[in-house]
Design a protein around this ligand. Structure first.
Ligand code: G3P
Length: 215
């Protein structure tokens, strides 16, 4: 499973890269707003740092403006993946992007039926939002499992990008389900390292090492 960092924060992206756990980046308008920086400045910094796919989201709701923004975003570089909402206009734009060779990430997916039509529109990635379904007492991970199965049934090339991952179990369950990509904030990446038995074991090794006589 590829690891994308779900962030527009340059320091967080640098840290994920240093850890070897940044195969790409996903952003959204909320994450860009959190940086307090202009969109162009954020894009320039991310694209200078990262070699893998970088998802940048359109902010228009209508097809013509989405396509204008999609072409503008793609002009920043071949690694740009245009993020489109799962709406009628979004999927129309997805189809046109496919025809024009522009990679897409269809976002805000909350049902298998939405994922099926996104694949038929030629989406490069589909982003099911696991945590937000959990938030409303629905099993978000079963959506990832269903999409993986549907795509395998028909050999769709669309990659399942498990998003809105909030904790390590979401990451593990996404991997077990066969998601191609998991995108997560740096805080979740850092949680993946943690185990109390590692800390306890390491402390014992360090304590015992002090007992080893010097030559
Ligand atoms: O990038 C979209 C998604 O990952 C957002 O996650 O935690 O805001 O639901 P969250």
């Amino acid at each position: 499973m590829k690891f994308f960092i779900d962030s527009a924060n340059i320091d967080d992206i640098k840290e994920a890269l240093a850890l070897g756990l940044c195969d790409g980046v996903t952003t959204n308008p909320t994450l860009v707003a959190k940086t307090g920086r202009p969109f162009k400045a954020v894009i320039d910094d991310i694209l200078a740092l990262v070699e893998g796919p970088v998802s940048l989201e359109v902010t228009a709701l209508d097809y013509p403006t989405m396509m204008k923004q999609a072409r503008e975003l793609r002009a920043y570089g071949d690694q740009v993946v245009v993020k489109l909402p799962l709406t009628k206009d979004g999927l129309k734009a997805c189809k046109t992007c496919f025809d024009e060779g522009i990679a897409t990430n269809v976002t805000l997916c909350f049902s298998p039926s939405q994922a099926l039509i996104a694949a038929k529109a030629g989406a490069t990635f589909i982003s099911p939002f696991v945590g937000r379904l959990d938030d409303i007492s629905t099993d978000g991970m079963s959506l990832v499992e269903d999409i993986v199965r549907i795509y395998e049934n028909y050999d769709f090339e669309t990659q399942v990008l498990a998003a809105s991952l909030r904790h390590p179990q979401h990451v593990v369950q996404s991997a077990l389900a066969g998601a191609h990509v998991g995108t997560m904030p740096l805080s979740v990446i850092q949680q993946l390292f943690q185990h109390p038995l590692t800390d306890i074991g390491l402390q014992k090794f360090m304590d015992d090492w002090k007992k080893v006589p010097s030559a």
